[in-house]
Design a binder for this molecule. Structure first.
Ligand SMILES: Nc1ncnc2c1ncn2[C@@H]1O[C@H](COP(=O)(O)OP(=O)(O)OP(=O)(O)O)[C@@H](O)[C@H]1O
Length: 874
């Protein structure tokens, strides 16, 4: 509706009625405008009323931003011809500088001022919207300043496609209604602010209602999604929480809209990113929300996987704001929104933070409860453990199957408090690197070893990151790497305050509480196993001692009763009283059957060690290949036939006396070992690695002339000197005939008692016979003779003894064998065979082989029959 007056400048005098109408319209407009609170209302009202009076094509209201000296569109006309332009959104969102010539002119003008677009649009600094309007047909622009509290707050721009538009009258009208327009704009701004605040309040209030009931992550995700929908219905969000390690973050909860595609990052491995990635750290350090352009951040070189993922799902700009509870950073809320409303976001974040802290706290409580329940289960499993295999089973059940944790190695500290021996490990785990594993396993690790020392001295163990250990050249790391797990947990095993070993577990993650609990349980189990093993060893030792004792009781009569008070034996007694109480090594020399063992027992019984059993080893009675095992013991599997661990006689005699009978018969290797044990007072079992300290008193005996044996090279001189510390020589029976009577009476009594006979006397003739015999088998021979004779005696007097005829012994092949006792025949026959074998008893071509009896049996027979070397070497 073009106004006639404007269309025809010549028609200058308006009719009264027209003026009236104009005044009425303007006054109505003024009244109506002051009541406007909404942007659309204002522009509609303005266009409706003014366009019926004056001609213009479209309008726009801009507002000045004093802070950054700019102005930007505030109120747009729906009829603007610019709307069809591609750059329209940019034009209406651009903040133009106030300091360009066009705007400066408009600002300085006291009254509405018009411009011909042609004149101003191409001036270099002038705003782009001038040319844009021109291109859409506008020719003239009228700028009317809107004032608020004496300062310009903005402009109403009116455009016309007629270069002669905007008459003086129109400018007067605009000047007249400018204050009302300004106050309407102020109202709208205020109204918008109030509305915005109300909206914020209602958003936060709704959120706080929702948040109050949040207990789980899913509920938190829902609450944040709901609030976000109000702020930006299209946007998604991700909350990344700070992991336990304090250096990385991972996705915590998220809400991505439908267009954002699959949420594949969540829970996947790459989702964990370092905090210091150049973006997350910036957000965490900023008290206000930060807006990021994702493409730009990636161009800047930030490589974190979440950023690339967001790019692929179409996020363009992201606002990041830190989530904190008190002084503790919890994580970051990333929102897919373009506009930052600091107050709203801060309100949102503080509520989310509280909810998140609550969820984390309740998750921790649940986790702790789960862990405690788990440890309780484990502890009841462990309580049943008695053996290593029980423990291995319990560990594999719990660690492997439930915690995805592998046992690399348990080492326990040896008795020497210095070395650590492998106690348990999972060989399967290193199946591909068997050789390397075996090499490291067999290393004699000590408590001073770098990693072991570090672990043993730590309070709660050390976590070794395998990747970092590889870089730093840790030799074990190459082995660990093959398992594909990330960390090694080296933990001390302790019972009370005492370190008992180390445990090395492989896992990606383990909680401290669990680790401590598991290690405490395993420590107890190991201590129990060790105690149990000790108990079994004691039991075994007791059994061995017991067997030994039983065996000894069969052969031992009355140790303290040594018969014979003659001059020769008195000398012996004097020596015994000198040496018994000390720990000195005694070497007892004497022919066979002179009572060397008896004297050895007498020394032991008179020594402070008498509470414990004296242990005897007959060095002649054992095959050479078993002597070492007999003396020093062996570990299981140390040689063929060693099916069980065995304690040697040396260990058995710990804190007691070891009697080495027939020491002259020891083979050379055994002599060397014996020497070492005597020198060092410690030994190693065959096939064993551990050294065992022993406190043993040695008594050795031999019927050989050891000096000659040394000279002949059959006996080590150094061993001889070690044994010959305190020699005691026992007289042959023929050298002490004065004792024969007492010995005879002693044996008569003993065997009468044993056989139930009542022989009270020995005929003088018999005593005479006994005294005149040469006794090659010494006291033993006398004892056996009396035993035999008693069986043949019928009355209560021993009237007859059957002494061997020395002259006939040497002729066993003769007819004299007839009419002789079986034992004598046996004796003569054995001597004959021994002569033929040049004294060789066992082995190929030995007497035992010819006689077809075991070597040990032949030894016993030789002893029993009183056969000496002089019998067959003469
Ligand atoms: N003085 C003694 N009083 C009582 N019995 C004795 C005496 N001397 C030896 N005997 C007895 O003689 C037997 C042989 O003694 P013993 O075994 O001690 O001799 P030995 O010298 O060790 O013999 P061998 O060298 O053959 O091993 C034993 O039964 C022992 O009790």
């Amino acid at each position: 509706m073009k106004r006639v007056k404007n269309m025809d400048p010549g028609f200058s005098v308006p009719s009264l009625a027209m003026l009236e109408q104009e005044r009425r319209i303007l006054s109505e407009l003024g009244n109506d405008i002051t009541g406007v609170w909404d942007k659309n209302d204002l522009i509609t009202l303005f266009s409706k009323r003014i366009k019926s009076l004056f001609y213009f094509t479209h309008t726009i209201i801009t507002l000045i931003d004093r802070e950054d000296e700019t102005y930007a569109a505030f109120l747009l006309d729906h009829e603007s011809p610019l709307r069809s332009r591609g750059d329209y959104p940019e034009l209406v969102s651009t903040h133009f500088s106030l300091n360009e010539p066009f705007m400066q002119t408009a600002l300085q003008a006291a009254e509405p001022i018009s411009f011909l677009l042609e004149d101003v649009m191409d001036q270099p600094q002038n705003p782009a919207f001038l040319r844009a309007n021109y291109e859409r047909g506008a020719r003239k622009l009228l700028m009317t300043k809107l004032m608020n509290a004496g300062k310009p707050m903005g402009f109403i721009h009116l455009y016309s496609d007629q270069p002669d538009s905007f008459s003086e009258e129109f400018r007067d009208v605009m000047k007249g209604i400018a204050p009302q327009l300004a106050s309407a704009v102020s109202n709208i701004i205020k109204n918008e602010e109030i509305f915005k605040k109300e909206q914020e309040k209602s958003v936060l209030l709704d959120l706080s209602n929702d948040i109050a009931t949040v207990r789980t992550k899913a509920e938190l995700a829902l609450a944040v999604s709901t609030v976000l929908r109000k702020i930006n219905p299209q946007g998604g969000f991700v909350i990344r929480s700070i992991n336990e390690d304090g250096t990385t973050t991972g996705p915590y909860v998220y809400g991505l809209n439908q267009t954002n595609g699959p949420e594949r990052l969540i829970g996947s491995d790459e989702a964990t990113c370092p905090i210091n990635d150049g973006l997350q750290d910036r957000v965490l350090n900023s008290p206000i929300p930060l807006l990021f352009n994702i493409d730009r951040e990636i161009q800047r070189g930030i490589t974190s996987a979440y950023l690339r993922y967001w790019q692929t799902i179409g996020f363009k700009e992201i606002v990041g704001i830190r989530l904190r509870n008190g002084d503790t950073d919890l994580g970051i809320l990333f929102l897919d929104i373009r506009e930052i409303n600091i107050r709203l976001l801060q309100g949102l974040c503080s509520q989310v933070s509280v909810a998140m802290a609550n969820i984390i706290a309740s998750e921790q409580i649940i986790k702790k409860q789960d862990e405690q329940a788990f440890l309780l289960d484990f502890s009841s499993d462990i309580a049943r453990v008695r053996t290593k295999s029980d423990l291995q089973a319990a560990i594999s059940r719990v660690l492997d199957k439930i915690l995805q944790t592998k046992l690399s190695m348990i080492r326990v500290i040896d008795e020497d408090d210095r070395h650590l021996s492998p106690f348990m490990y999972d060989e399967e785990l290193f199946a591909h690197t068997k050789a390397h594993f075996a090499e490291l396993r067999d290393n004699r690790v000590t408590v001073d070893d770098v990693y072991t020392a570090e672990v043993l001295s730590s309070e709660d163990g050390i976590i070794f990151n395998i990747e970092e250990e590889l870089k730093s050249g840790n030799n074990y790391a190459k082995l660990w790497e093959t398992t594909g797990l990330k960390n090694v947990y080296g933990m001390p095993l302790r019972v009370g305050n005492k370190n008992i070993g180390t445990i090395w577990l492989l896992a990606d993650r383990l909680s401290k509480l669990m680790l401590k609990g598991i290690c405490a349980q395993i420590s107890t189990a190991i201590a129990n196993i060790q105690a149990n093993e000790k108990l079994l060893a004691y039991k075994k030792q007791l059994e061995v001692e017991n067997d030994y004792l039983k065996e000894q009781i069969k052969t031992i009569y009355n140790f303290t009763e040594i018969i014979g008070n003659g001059e020769q034996m008195q000398k012996v007694y004097r020596l015994l009283s000198l040496v018994s109480e000390s720990n000195t090594t005694v070497l007892i020399l004497g022919e066979t059957g002179t009572g060397k063992e008896l004297i050895a027992r007498a020394i032991h019984n008179a020594s402070p060690r008498h509470q414990k059993l004296m242990v005897k080893v007959n060095c002649a009675a054992l095959p050479a290949n078993l002597i070492e095992s007999e003396l020093f013991g062996h570990e299981r599997g140390s040689f063929t036939g060693a099916i069980d661990r065995r304690i040697g006689k040396f260990e058995l005699a710990n804190n007691s006396t070891l009697f080495l009978d027939e020491v002259g018969e020891l083979p050379p290797e055994a002599q060397a070992k014996l020497l070492r044990v005597i020198q060092e007072r410690e030994l190693e079992r065959l096939g064993g690695k551990q050294t065992i300290k022993v406190d043993v008193r040695l008594i050795a005996a031999t019927n050989r002339n050891l000096e000659e044996e040394v000279k002949a090279g059959r006996f080590r001189a150094d061993l001889y000197f070690r044994l010959n510390v305190f020699p005691v020589s026992l007289p042959a029976l023929r050298e002490r005939p004065e004792d024969i009577e007492a010995l005879t009476h002693f044996f008569v009594q003993k065997y009468s008692r044993n056989t139930g006979r009542k022989i009270r006397k020995v005929a003088p003739k018999v005593l005479q016979q006994l005294r005149s015999y040469t006794w090659p088998g010494n006291v033993r021979e006398l004892e056996h003779l009396i035993e035999r004779s008693i069986l043949l005696t019928t009355g209560d007097v021993l009237q007859e003894v059957h002494l061997p005829q020395n002259t006939t012994i040497d002729q066993p092949g003769s007819t004299h064998l007839l009419n002789r006792p079986l034992e004598e025949v046996e004796r003569s026959y054995i001597i004959e065979i021994l002569k033929r074998c040049s004294g060789k008893i066992s082995g190929v071509g030995g007497a035992a082989e010819i006689l077809q009896i075991p070597g040990n049996t032949l030894h016993s027979k030789i002893k029993k029959l009183g056969i000496t070397k002089s019998d067959y070497f003469s």
